[in-house]
Design a protein. Structure first.
Length: 276
């Protein structure tokens, strides 16, 4: 996960070592996933509901919410809680799935005015951002004083079963291994990111979701349907060896005859500071 420097006003970001992800590829993947994302709606909704459970821990009542990258799942849940919602997504096609007011916008260049919202929700949507501190700062600026950020992202340990299996299989087949699963942040870094971005009372904890597949090929299909195909800038663009994925999937751990993978979800909460 890139921890890039905040941008200087008037200058374009440099394409340097801090650019970990190919944002154009992220958009293409989400455009491609928009028609089929309902296939993974149950998993996305489970993750979103676990994140929104944090709203039950506060007596604050939120009225105007921003949904960042909710993939058609988060916005309806917020409306059920009586909020007016604007949705944002890098992909126009994915943004349109949220219903209501929506805008296609880059998480790294959000178009919203300061103090526009009293709640921002980013459910599993910030892990392809290069300048994560900068994006968190922009989200804080979009919050009114006393507003709340709720964000979740895959943390270190997510898809480790798939990462290890692919690395080991490719090493046997080719003598080397390309990055095929995105790097994820350590949970210990997440609260620090919020603090660095200027949030008050930053908290980060973890939710673990175990997914089991009778057919391991469905795992790869689900990742594509969620828009989570590999977008690492230094990914190998060549066609992978024909035997790579069958060999890797055959080597993954099983429980009760099903292949198991882990989503280790970092859940972050932080408040926009109040001047007093």
């Amino acid at each position: 996960m890139a921890l890039g420097n905040a941008r200087v006003r008037g200058h374009m970001p440099r394409m340097d070592a801090m650019q970990v992800f190919d944002r154009a590829a992220v958009r293409r993947h989400r455009d491609r996933a928009a028609p089929v994302v309902d296939r993974v709606a149950d998993v996305l909704r489970d993750a979103a509901e676990r994140l929104l459970d944090r709203l039950d821990d506060t007596t604050v009542r939120f009225k105007q919410a921003l949904d960042v990258g909710g993939r058609g799942v988060v916005a309806p849940l917020l409306r059920e809680r009586g909020m007016a919602v604007i949705s944002s997504d890098l992909s126009p096609a994915m943004a349109a799935r949220n219903g209501g007011l929506c805008v296609a916008a880059d998480d790294e260049f959000l178009p919203f005015a300061s103090a526009s919202f009293d709640l921002v929700v980013a459910s599993l949507s910030l892990h392809w951002v290069n300048d994560l501190p900068g994006a968190l700062i922009q989200l804080r600026h979009g919050l009114r004083p006393g507003g709340l950020l709720l964000a979740s992202m895959p943390a270190l340990g997510t898809l480790d079963e798939l990462r290890r299996a692919l690395t080991e299989a490719e090493a046997v087949l080719t003598g080397g291994a390309a990055p095929r699963v995105s790097p994820f942040p350590d949970l210990r870094d997440c609260a620090g990111l919020l603090q660095r971005a200027g949030y008050a009372l930053p908290v980060a904890d973890v939710e673990t979701i175990r997914l089991r597949y009778a057919d391991p090929l469905v795992l790869l299909s689900d990742l594509r349907a969620a828009g989570e195909s590999n977008a690492v800038l230094l990914r190998d663009r060549r066609v992978p060896p024909r035997d790579l994925f069958p060999a890797a999937l055959a080597a993954m751990p099983e429980e009760g005859g099903r292949v198991c993978v882990t989503l280790r979800m970092a859940v972050m909460t932080g408040w926009a500071p109040v001047p007093s």
